[in-house]
Write a protein that binds this ligand. Sequence first.
Ligand code: SF4
Length: 508
Amino acid sequence: MPTIRSLSSSVSAKHREGVLILLSAFTACPGLFYTTPAQDGILSRIRIPGGNMESEQCSLIANIADNYGGGYVDVTNRANLQIREIKTGINIEVLQHLQQLGLGSANPNVDHIRNIMTSPTAGIDSQELIDTRPLVKAWDNYITAHPHLGGLSAKFSVGFDGGGKVSVLNQLNDITFAAVLVDGNIYFRLYLTIGGKGEPARNTGILLKPEECLPVLAALADVYLQNIDSQRQRKPRLREVINNLGIENYLRLAFTSKSLTSQPLVCHSFSQLPAQTDMITVPADSIGIHPQKQVGLFYIGVVLPLGRVESSQMRGLGDLAEKYGSGNIRLTPWQNLLITDIPQPQVVEVEREISNLGLSYSQTNIKSALVACSGKRGCAASVTETKDHALKLAKYLENRITLDYPVNIHFSGCAKSCAQHNQADITLLGVSIESENETLEGYQVYVSDSTLQKFGHQLYEYVNFSELPALIEQMLKTYKIQRLNPKETFRDFTQRDATQLKQTIHHS
Ligand code: SF4
C-alpha cells in the first residue's frame, strides 16, 4: 500500500486527510488520486483532457516517473498518461504541483471519470468544421465545478469530434458529439452507446448547435445519476441505464430537463438510423509530417511503441516542442503523440532530433499501429505476455516487410479484449494450452470482416507464439501480393475475402 511520506505543513489537515484517503482507496480504474495495484507495483493515471498538454507538464511527469515509478510513461487509448511500477506514495506537494499545472482534476472527487476525448488535431486540422478544444475545456470545468458528478461511473465517457481528417467519431465513448454541416451551419450530431457491450455508438438523429452541447451533456449525465443506485459500488455503464429506460425515454427525460432552455433540432426518428459501422483505425494523418490549417506551420505525429515513452524521451519531446513549436504536445487515442506548430524551415531539424531520441515518425513503422493490453505483468486475467509479444513481433517484422500505411495489429491477453478488437485489422487473442505438462502461450488469430462478428473472422484457433511472427509476415506479404491495387487496405482486402488469405498461407 502506498504511503505519503512527506506531507507539507502548508497543506490543510482536511486536504491532507482527503488525499491520504484517496491515495489509499484502490479502485478498479486508476486515477491520479485513485491508484490501482498491479503485479509490477502501483499504477497511477493522469487525466489529460483532450490529450492536450504543454512542455512544462512533460518534464514534471518525466520527473515523477523517474522518482516514483519505472522511469517511463504510457499513453493510453484515451490519451491519458499512466505511470507504472510506483513503489511508494507520491509526495503530496508533487500532486499539488500537477494540479497547479492543470494535470489531474482540481477536484479529486471527479478525477476517476474517464478522460474527455477529442481529435488530437483539434484547432490545427485543415479539414475540421470546428475546433472542439473549447468544448473539452468547458466540460472539464463543468465536471470540476459540480461535485455531484462524482457519482458518475468511472467509465462514463464523452468524445467531441470536429469533423476533421483525424476523427475520433468511431472511438468508444458513451456519448459522442460529432460536427456536421447542415444547410451551411455547423451542428453536432448526438451519438449514444446502447445495446450490447462493444456495440458501436448509435446516431440519435439529434442535431445540436455548438452552444447546446454542454447543457445537453449535463442533462444526459443527470438522468443517468437519477436512474442508478448511488449506494452500489459498481456503477452501471450508461449503456445499461439506457437499455433499461429505453432510448426514447432516456432522451425525453434529458430534453425535458428544466435546465435546458432550447430544444434541439431532431432530423430523424431514432429507429430510422443505422448504427455506425465504419470502423476507423489509426488515421494516417496522426503519424508523420502534416501541414496545419495555419499556413506555414506543421505538426509531426511521433510513433510511441505500444504507447510507451522513456522519461528521458518525454523530456526531450517537451524540449523539442518548446524549442521549435509552441510548447504544445497532443496525445492521441492511438497511443502516439503530436508536436504542433513547427514552422516549415524547422521541420527537417525536428525530424533529426526525434530520430536522435530513438523515436520514429514514419507511418510505415509497424509500431505505429501496434496495440497491446497490459498483459500478464499488469493484469491478472492475462494468459499471455501481450506487450513483450507485440514488441517481439514488431522487431521480427521490422526488416522483413515494408508497409505503405499502418496495419492495426492488436494483442489482448483475454477475451475481454481491452486492446479493442473493433479497431483492429488483425486481432490476436491470448489463449494457453497444456502440452506434455507444460503451459504454452499462443493466440487466436482474427482478421476484420464485413459481418462484424465479435472479434472478426477467425483464421486460426491457436497459434503458438513461437510461430506467430512468421505467420503474420506471411499474411502481410500475401496481402501485398494479392491486393487489387496499392490503394486497397488490409481491411478492405480481408473484408473482400478472408478465406482466400488463409488458403494461400501454409500454416497448419
Ligand atoms: S484484455 Fe484481458 S488480460 Fe488484457 S488488460 Fe483486459 S482484462 Fe486484462
